[in-house]
Design a protein around this ligand. Structure first.
Ligand SMILES: Cc1cc2nc3c(=O)[nH]c(=O)nc-3n(C[C@H](O)[C@H](O)[C@H](O)COP(=O)(O)O)c2cc1C
Length: 395
């Protein structure tokens, strides 16, 4: 990890170490990848306001999210099949997040199960739920998450139907998966990855295997998953989940102010402004361009988290400047995991924290709670939207 300077370095290393089908699965977006690209280009277009001769010697990145103290305004986002980027990927990512003092979110579609992660970590982690057709399964998995002491539920609401990723089709990453000669040859050139997977606890969807009848092999299980996304999912289901879940509830995948307001009315403790990392509605606006109007719409009772395209600490400052309370990262840590397992995830977190700290210093900012629209250069509209004062710490 010595020569790794930035998240893009981790990406390049992951590309060499992880089989093509799995690297592409993480790296790509849906359809023409317009939204995927916009997530990055719109962040880069926001310029920060350089300030000088402010005493910034006592900087702190600590803050709170849904009442929890965290070491930096950063959360590891739920990422399906994390355990295919590196053996035991979910456990290693959760441990790296624990050690860095930030939350880890386990996906419903993980390889390691809720129980595996709980057993291997000391601090509570967050659990992400996809509500599927089989509502009994959703109820059971929430009970398992509670039993594993998950304190926060992230309910993902932007995946009633699946966006298509062209690269997955070309690589045979379909449901059920296709075994292709070129993939076998590719895996043969990545022995480190193969050994890690072989030694890992599990090789299939850990939260589902053994909990769903009639899915004895991976193909049956993958087909079950493909059939389970529910186009009928609606706001009434959110009310149902709210009744079942006694902990904090975060709605992830909000991109429109009207939806944000409904989420608040239904009692969400926080929302995540997200377009699923450009993996669902291609042609949707970038997350960062959607953020200011949503911040304005929800007022100060509900925390607004953000994800989509975060690759630098300056990106985190941009999002916080436009009113986000904290940022989730997906690919940034997944590249780290593929590049170097737990050390790679720790490196990704470290890079982003250090970059954020420097960006804060050079914009004359000392505390996270001081960050507002004044860190953004120019753009009155953006400044106005972000000027809403961040709620004081709840803990
Ligand atoms: C490979 C991959 C798998 C993902 N799987 C899930 C998932 O299981 N559940 C979910 O809510 N979001 C999932 N997401 C979306 C992320 O939680 C997050 O919204 C997105 O990665 C943020 O964009 P970024 O990767 O540019 O940081 C996934 C993203 C990627 C890249």
């Amino acid at each position: 990890m010595k020569n790794i300077a930035c998240i893009d370095d981790l990406r390049m290393l992951a590309r060499r170490k992880v089989p093509r089908a799995f690297f592409d699965y993480a790296d790509s977006g849906s359809y023409n990848e317009e939204t995927l690209r916009a997530n990055r280009s719109d962040l880069e277009a926001i310029k920060l306001r350089q300030r000088v001769l402010v005493d910034v010697s006592q900087r702190s990145l600590t803050t709170t999210v849904v009442g929890q103290n965290i070491a930096a305004p950063l959360i590891l986002a739920p990422v399906g099949l994390t355990g295919m980027q590196h053996g035991n990927g979910e456990i290693l990512s959760a441990q790296a997040a624990n050690e860095a003092g930030i939350p880890y979110t386990l996906s419903t579609m993980s390889i390691c199960s809720i129980e595996d992660v709980a057993q291997a970590t000391r601090k509570p982690f967050w659990f992400q739920l996809y509500v599927i057709r089989d509502r009994g399964f959703s109820k059971d998995i929430l009970e398992r998450a509670l039993a594993a002491k998950c304190n926060t539920l992230v309910l993902t609401v932007d995946l009633q139907v699946l966006g298509q990723r062209h690269r997955d089709i070309k690589n045979g990453m379909t449901v059920p998966p296709e075994i292709r000669l070129k993939n076998i040859i590719d895996i043969a050139t990545k022995p480190g990855w193969a050994f890690g997977i072989l030694m890992g606890k599990r090789k299939t969807f850990g939260n589902l295997a053994g909990h769903v009848k009639g899915t004895e092999n991976i193909n049956q299980l993958a087909k079950w998953v493909g059939d389970q996304f529910d186009p009928a999912l609606n706001w009434k289901d959110v009310e149902w989940i709210k009744k079942l879940w006694p902990g904090k509830l975060i709605l992830k995948g909000i991109l429109d102010p009207e939806d944000a307001k409904t989420a608040v009315e239904l009692g969400a403790d926080a929302i995540v402004v997200s377009n699923h990392g450009g993996r669902q509605l291609d042609g949707a606006p970038s997350s960062i361009s959607a953020l200011p109007a949503i911040v304005d719409a929800v007022g100060s009772d509900t925390e607004v988290l953000f994800d989509g395209g975060i690759r630098t600490g300056a990106d985190i400052l941009r999002a916080l400047g436009l009113g986000a309370r904290a940022c989730m990262i997906g690919r940034a840590y997944i590249y780290g995991l593929g590049a170097g397992g737990k050390a790679g995830v720790a490196k990704a977190i470290d890079i982003l924290k250090n970059e954020l700290s420097v960006a804060m210093a050079l914009t004359g900012t000392i505390k996270i709670s001081d960050i507002d629209g004044s860190v953004i250069a120019g753009g009155d509209v953006k400044k106005k939207s972000a000027a809403r004062k961040r709620k004081p710490s709840q803990s």
